[in-house]
Design a binder for this molecule. Structure first.
Ligand SMILES: *Cc1c(COP(=O)(O)O)cnc(C)c1O
Length: 447
C-alpha cells in the first residue's frame, strides 16, 4: 500500500511510516493511493462470519504485504472481542451499536486496531514508543484502553482535572501498568499546548513521543470495516444500502467513503451533524467557512467547527484543502452531492428524537446517535427514498445519563465495562501547566 498526502507536497509513504508518523511532513493527511476491490462473491461470503473474522478478511486485502496473515488474525480477534449488535427499528431501519467496546464508544474500534498495529511494527524493530495524548474526555480513555498492557508502548494521558466527568476520569486512572494519567490544573487547551510543545522539543526527541491522534491512517482504515459488516448481515449484493453517520471530525464517515470505494454498494452516505453546520453549508453552496468557536451542543463529541478529515473527503473527490481549511481546488461538487448528504440537527430535535425512540420503540439512544437517526428521518421526508438504512449509535446511553434522563425520565443502565471501573483504585499524578515542570516530569518518568 502506498499513501499520498492531501497537501500533495510530501513523498509517498508506506503504511508503516504513515502509521508511526501520523501527519505527513507537509502537514497533510495520508490517504491510500489505491484500495482493493471486493467482489460480489467476497461480500456475500462475509454474511455468516463474526466481526473479527470480517475484520481479518477486509484488512488482509487492504494491508496485503504489510503484515502476515497469522499476526493479523491474532490482532483482529484480540481487538474485536465484543458484540456489534444491529438493532431493528422496523424492516427498513437498523441501528448499528458501536458502543460495546471497553470504553463504550465507537472510538474503541479504531484505537484498538491502531494500537495493535503499532505494537506489531515496533516489535519487529525492537523499538519502543511513548504515546502522549491530551484529552477532554472520551478520546483519552479509548486510547489508554487500546494500548493498555501492550509491550513497548507507554501512554501518558493529560486531562483537565476539573473538566472531565467522574466516569471519564475513572476510565483513565484505574488502568495503571503502562498507562499514566496526569491530572492537570488547567483547561483542555492548556493540556493540548503542553503536548504540542513537548513534540516540538528537541531535548525530548530521544523519548520517541507520538500522538496517536484522530487523523492517523491507522485509525481511519478500521473504521471502514463495520460498513462491510452491516451490509453483509442485512443485504445481498447488488442491493444498495444507506448509512447515516453522526459526524464531528468526519473520521467515521470517511471510513464509509473508503468502504464504498472498496465495493460496498452504498446508495448514499448521510453525514448527520449537530448545529455546527459548516459541512452542510459547504455542500450546498461550494463555499467553506469554519465555525469559530464551535457551537456547544448536546452531542458534545461533535462540536467541531472545522472537521480535520474534510481535507480527505475533498481529496477523494479531486479537490485540495490545506491544513488551515483553505481550498485551492474545488472537488467535483456534483459527484460529491450525488453520493453524500449532510443534514444539520438542532439540540431540540436531538432531545425529541431520544424521547420518541424511547416512547415509540423502547429503544435507548444518546445525543450522538439521535443526531444520526434524525438526519435519516429528515432525508427520508425530503426525498421519499425508503432504501434500507443503517444509522450508527456511537456511544452507550449511560455515558450521557443527564441528557438521556432529561429526555426520557429514565437513568440508562451502564454496561459492565463502565460498572467495573466504579470500584477500582485510581492512580494519577497531578501537575500544574508549567512547561518546565512537565518536561522534568517526562524525563524522570521515561528516561
Ligand atoms: C468522536 C465521536 C463522534 C464523531 O466522530 P467523528 O469521526 O469525529 O466524526 C461521534 N460520536 C461520539 C460519541 C464520539 O465520541
Amino acid at each position: 500500500m502506498k499513501l499520498y498526502s492531501t497537501n500533495l507536497k510530501a513523498d509517498e509513504a508506506t503504511f508503516k511510516t504513515a502509521l508511526i508518523k501520523g501527519l505527513a511532513p507537509d502537514k497533510g493527511l495520508y490517504l491510500p493511493k489505491e484500495l482493493p476491490h471486493f467482489s460480489e462473491e467476497e461480500l456475500n461470503s462475509l454474511k455468516n462470519e463474526k466481526y473479527p473474522e470480517i475484520a481479518f478478511r477486509i484488512l488482509s486485502k487492504v494491508l496485503e504485504g504489510e503484515i502476515d496473515d497469522d499476526s493479523l488474525r491474532e490482532i483482529t480477534y484480540d481487538a474485536y472481542n465484543y458484540d456489534v449488535p444491529l438493532e431493528e427499528v422496523d424492516n427498513k431501519t437498523y441501528i448499528m451499536r458501536l458502543d460495546r467496546g471497553p470504553t463504550a464508544s465507537f472510538k474503541d474500534f479504531a484505537a484498538r486496531m491502531m494500537a495493535r498495529l503499532m505494537q506489531y511494527y515496533l516489535k519487529q524493530e525492537n523499538k519502543s514508543l511513548v504515546i502522549l495524548t491530551a484529552t477532554s474526555g472520551d478520546t483519552g480513555s479509548a486510547v489508554a484502553h487500546a494500548f493498555y498492557g501492550l509491550d513497548n508502548i507507554k501512554v501518558i494521558v493529560l486531562f483537565p482535572e476539573t473538566e472531565v466527568s467522574d466516569r471519564q476520569r475513572k476510565q483513565m486512572t484505574t488502568l495503571d501498568k503502562n498507562i499514566t494519567a496526569l491530572a492537570m490544573d488547567g483547561k483542555f487547551d492548556d493540556c493540548q499546548a503542553l503536548a504540542k510543545q513537548a513534540f516540538a522539543d528537541d531535548e525530548l526527541e530521544h523519548l520517541n513521543l507520538s500522538s496517536a491522534n484522530s487523523i492517523n491512517i491507522g485509525r481511519l482504515i478500521p473504521q471502514s470495516i463495520y460498513y462491510f459488516y452491516a451490509y453483509a448481515k442485512l443485504r445481498n449484493y447488488p442491493e444498495e444500502i444507506i448509512y447515516s453517520i453522526p459526524s464531528g471530525n468526519f473520521g467515521n464517515m470517511m471510513g464509509c467513503v473508503l468502504a464504498r470505494e472498496m465495493g460496498v454498494p452504498i446508495k448514499r452516505i448521510l453525514a448527520s451533524v449537530n448545529e455546527n453546520d459548516e459541512v452542510p453549508v459547504f455542500l450546498e453552496t461550494g463555499k467553506y467557512a469554519k465555525i469559530e468557536p464551535s457551537r456547544n451542543c448536546l452531542s458534545n463529541a461533535m462540536n467541531v467547527g472545522h472537521p480535520s478529515n474534510l481535507a480527505r473527503l475533498i481529496a477523494v473527490y479531486g479537490g485540495v484543502m490545506d491544513e488551515k481549511g483553505n481550498i485551492s481546488k474545488l472537488p467535483d461538487m456534483e459527484k460529491l452531492n450525488n453520493d453524500i448528504s449532510s443534514v444539520s440537527v438542532t439540540d431540540e430535535e436531538t432531545k425529541a428524537t431520544i424521547r420518541k425512540f424511547f416512547e415509540d420503540y423502547n429503544i435507548s439512544i444518546e445525543p450522538h446517535g439521535a443526531v444520526g437517526i434524525k438526519g435519516l428521518l429528515d432525508y427520508r421526508e425530503t426525498t421519499g427514498d425508503n432504501t434500507l438504512a443503517v444509522t450508527l449509535e456511537t456511544a452507550h446511553p449511560a455515558k450521557f445519563p443527564a441528557e438521556v434522563i432529561a429526555a426520557t425520565g429514565v437513568d440508562p443502565e451502564p454496561p459492565q465495562s463502565l460498572k467495573d471501573v466504579e470500584a477500582k483504585e485510581e492512580f494519577m499524578d497531578h501537575l500544574n501547566t508549567d512547561y518546565d515542570a512537565f518536561k522534568a516530569y517526562l524525563k524522570e518518568k521515561l528516561e
